[in-house]
Structure formats: C-alpha cells, structure tokens
Design a binder for this molecule. Sequence first.
Ligand SMILES: *[C@@H]1O[C@H](CO)[C@@H](O)[C@H](O)[C@H]1NC(C)=O
Ligand SMILES: *[C@@H]1O[C@H](CO)[C@@H](O)[C@H](O)[C@H]1NC(C)=O
Length: 524
Amino acid sequence: MLFLNLNLIILILFCSSQDFPAKGHRRSPSDAEFRDLTFRDAKESLHKELEKLIHTADPSQQTHVRKEFDGFEQLFSRFLEETGPSVDWEKIKLLPEGAVQPYNELEVQLTNDQMKTMLNKLVVLKLNGGLGTSMGCTGPKSLICVRNNLTFLDLNVQQIEQLNKRYGTDVPLVLMNSFNTDIDTEKILRKYSQMKIKIHTFNQSRYPRINRESLLPTANSIGGREQEGLSDCWYPPGHGDVYESLYNSGLLQKFIDDGKEFIFVSNIDNLGATVDINILNFMNNPSNGPAPEFIMEVTDKTRADVKGGTLVDYEGKLRLVEIAQVPKDKVDEFKSVSKFKIFNTNNLWMQLKAMKRVVTEKTLRMEIIVNPKTLDNGINVIQLETAVGAAIKNFEGAIGVNVPRRRFLPVKTTSDLLVIMSNLYSLHQGSLAMNPMRSFPSVPLTKLGTSFKKVKDFLHRFASIPDLLDLDHLTVSGDVTFGKGVTLKGTVIIIANHGERIDIPMGAILENKIVSGNLRILDH
Ligand SMILES: *[C@@H]1O[C@H](CO)[C@@H](O)[C@H](O)[C@H]1NC(C)=O
Ligand SMILES: *[C@@H]1O[C@H](CO)[C@@H](O)[C@H](O)[C@H]1NC(C)=O
C-alpha cells in the first residue's frame, strides 16, 4: 500500500514510466531527460529550503546542522532515484554453505588474559533513540522498569560494569540517543558517575519531515524540541543512521585512536544482547580465512516471528530482506518457516575500521524505508528511514551466526514484560537467565489485551506477577485482574466481554483453563 502510493506520487510528479508501464506509453529519451530535470528541480528546491533552515540555527550550531543535512540530502536523492522495488525476488537465493555459522561451533576455551585482551578492543553500543510510546510511557523506552525496579538502562550499565570488574577491562558503553531521548537519558546517567564504566552518548541525526505533495520540509525554523508546533517537523531517521552519526560525533575516530577494533551494536530493549566472548573471539581469530567485517546474529524463526527480516544471498553477497520489501504475492513465501528459517536479532558486530570506511567512502546503500505520517494539523508527510542491519551488504566477508534464542529477548509490549518480570527468568549481574526449573527452553506465547497495553495499567492489574514456569500459552482480553500468587500452567485463556469483569482470586492455580463471563471478588 505504502509503496504503491509513493510510486503513484513519483509517477505523477515525474511521469516515470518505469514502475507503471502504462499502455501506449513508451519510454523515450525525452522521458528520461524530463525525469532527470524534475529530479534536479526537486533536489535544488530542497537544497534551498535546507539552506534557509540552516540560517535560522544558532551560529555555533550551523556547521553541525549542515553536516546532518548533507546526510539528509544524500538520502533524499536516493529516494528520488531508486523508484523500482528494492529487491528483485528472482535474484534471491537461499544461503550458501557457511554463510551462517552455528553458534555452538564457535565455542572456545580461553584464558582470562586472552579474554581481557579481546575485551579491551571492544566498544558496546546500544540503540537508545526510541520512546516508550507504544507501551504508554512518555519518556525514553530505556527508562521503563523491567525487573527489581531496574530499567533497561540500569541493566545495560550493570552488565558492562560487571564485565569490566570481572576481567579488569575497560569496555566503554555508548548510547545512541535521539533528540527525543537525550535530555531524559543524560539526567539518569548522572547516577552512574561513580561506577567503573565509561559511558559516552551522542545524538543521532534530526532530519526534517517532508510534505508529501511538495517534497519540501514542513519546518520553517530549526527550533528546539520544546518549541511549540515544531516538534512535529523533525524525526530521528531510524537506527541505520548509527554509521553517519557515530562518525560525525567524532567518537568513531576516538575509539580507533584508543586502540579499539570491534563494536557490538544492539537494541537497548533486547535484554539477551550481552557481550558474547565466543562471537568476539570469532571476529578476532576466525578459524579459516580473513576476519569478517560484519557479523549479524540471527536465530531460528518460530511462528511468533515470521515477520522478522531474514538473510539471503543476493548477487553473491549477504543481504537482509525485510517484509516491507517483499512483493505482495511473495509474502507467504517470505513468512514460511521452512524456506526462510532464520531472522535478524539486530545484534550486530563490526570492525570499527570497516565502519569508518563505509562512511568516508560513502558506500552505504541501506534500503530506504518510507514512513508516511499525518501531522496533527492534517498535513501528510513522509519520513525517510534506514535500518542498521541493511548495511550488511556493504561490508566485506559479512557472515551470520545462528545464536540460541536466549540472545533475543526484546520487550516490545507489556506481554513481553510479563514474561521478563516472571519467575521464568532470574537476574544475574544485569543479565537474564532462564529458570533451570523450566522443563523446555521455549518462552510461552502471551497475548495481553488492550486493557494491559500501558505499563501503568498492566502493573495495576497484577497484584503480583503470576508463576509462569509451566505456561505454554496465555491469552487475556477485557477487564481482567490477577490477585497475589496466581499460578498459570499449560494453555490459559481468560476473556471478559464488554461490560464484564473477571478477578482471578489470590492463590488460584489455572491449568489448561478457559475462563469467561463474570467473576467478581468483593471485599467483605
Ligand atoms: C523504586 O524506585 C523508586 C525511585 O527510585 C523508589 O521511590 C521506590 O521506592 C523503589 N521501589 C522499590 C520496591 O525498590
Ligand atoms: C542532543 O539533543 C538534545 C535534544 O535536542 C540537545 O539538548 C543536546 O544538546 C544534543 N547533544 C549534543 C551533543 O548535540
């Protein structure tokens, strides 16, 4: 739908015959010329508007803003030029032997000294640009409490701090903030100033949203985040921005100068994304051939993650294919667990020098994600985004590692939060470990209804987090509350229809049960 609309716009604006070979409309040299001219027009108009915006910035900020806008202009030109589908389905090949290494083949025995030497070459970067909006929270997502009153940020800091303590190392933690999360994050970071961990932050870019009709920025001044009416005009362009922004911040060069060689990048809400010595060692001492410049951790698909991006062989290189790029009639094939068996966890390892090279040589070609929005004032805008993993094709000797599921524990919804907070996991030095009492390693499938969507409502509806040790599947819908010390086993479905309410009593044990209708427990 999205791509269709855009193609339509481009068709109208540029009379391109490339995507819609209209009847009787033959592409002639003059069409191509016309298109080139209109592209040039669109680019020039945008450039003029951006120059105007730069002049509204504080003089001390102008150089920085100009650098950001250069990145935006590059993205915008590619958006104009690359009109066709970003992947040709016929060219997609299944992965060749060795393109994805099983994790257990990487396991090695290392001495503490060897580990220390490798860890001292590592930088850990967490993507911290997102807000907790989808879970009903106003600030950065990383400040949501996950367990024992600790936030994602606390847990990530603890992990790295403990690692440094244990090995006597100096692994820095880097946070890529966005203009949405930076101020709140900085406030919290002050509490870690006494700890044995160096924390660096930088902002990802702040790009202008563009009007869908005119393709020009909606902003008329740079403004700040607080400035009335302007916050809508800007956006952080997805985590693919990490390459440019880390470079622009000066940190990339600083780490190289400090003797760092590797960077581990992951989402801050993935609590399974801990520093892994085996993968780091593989990056440092590959058993055969040259060191990979890029490692993507992938994991086996289950029915719950058929929409995740997958790795394929494309024109002889590894490529990440996301569902948005797949032609409509191939979506079922894409989702098939038997054909595309793995998906991207977004835990990525890179050589810092290679990261620098792709930025300075401008060889990054991450697929552009076009995200349409309607602003409060009714104006339709688009924002151009990229995803960090899509850069895999621009690195040499890139490889996938098929990791155990425990390295992928994202918290996207309160259903995920329920599982993470429960007795299925225990917390050890900032890392979550699955309870050994669980009889099988899979995580239960949980679906909490909209009454549980906001973290505040979710917490209010559970007097305490139930025992989930033997749970396979939980569905809860409607006005439902749980008393203290409830145990859920097997498959449990609890449905309160509109106007009804169900209170699961204190200490209840529900095993393979469907509960519906009204169930009120009144104080007496
Ligand atoms: C959780 O943290 C808040 C704020 O730091 C504090 O007020 C509260 O007492 C803490 N609760 C627990 C159970 O530790
Ligand atoms: C990052 O963004 C915030 C919010 O716009 C701003 O206050 C802060 O100065 C920025 N930090 C840097 C290093 O530019």
